[in-house]
Design a protein. Structure first.
Length: 145
């Protein structure tokens, strides 16, 4: 015996319509998700490009900072050297003034000795010559020290 299956066509059509409706809704949702994914991928690419650009800028700024730091160190070293040289100049100027004073004193002494010798008697001349010759090494010693 054969069994007869009764199918309710209306219910079948309603179910089919519901399935088509859900498929259509899912398809629309998939299209929206695909658009969102595409937008997200573009934003990701843009963010990665911006990140790479910022990394390059950061590297450039670090190099600038290193250069400026080196420049400042050089400037400080130059200022220190300049101060040291100024101190040396001051010391040398003082030594020069002292040497000039010694030379001036030596010249005055020699001038006085020559004056005394020229005014002296011939017999006294020998004693002043001896005095002059005995003082001369001392004055030269001060002059060259």
């Amino acid at each position: 015996m054969k069994k007869i299956n009764v199918v309710n066509l209306e219910k079948l059509l309603d179910n089919f319509s519901e399935i088509e409706k859900k498929i259509s809704e899912i398809s629309e949702a998939n299209k929206l998700l695909a658009l969102q994914l595409e937008k997200s991928n573009r934003l990701l690419t843009l963010s990665q490009s911006r990140e790479e650009s910022l990394k390059e800028e950061c590297t450039a700024l670090r190099n600038v900072i290193k250069g400026l730091t080196q420049t400042l160190e050089n400037q400080c070293n130059i200022e220190d050297e300049n101060d040291r040289l100024k101190t040396n100049i001051h010391v040398l100027e003082n030594k020069l003034k002292s040497s000039e004073q010694v030379c001036q004193n030596d010249h005055s002494l020699i001038g006085e000795i020559i004056t005394v010798m020229s005014l002296s008697h011939v017999s006294c001349c020998c004693s002043y010559t001896f005095l002059f010759l005995s003082l001369l090494p001392i004055t030269l010693l001060f002059h060259f020290s």
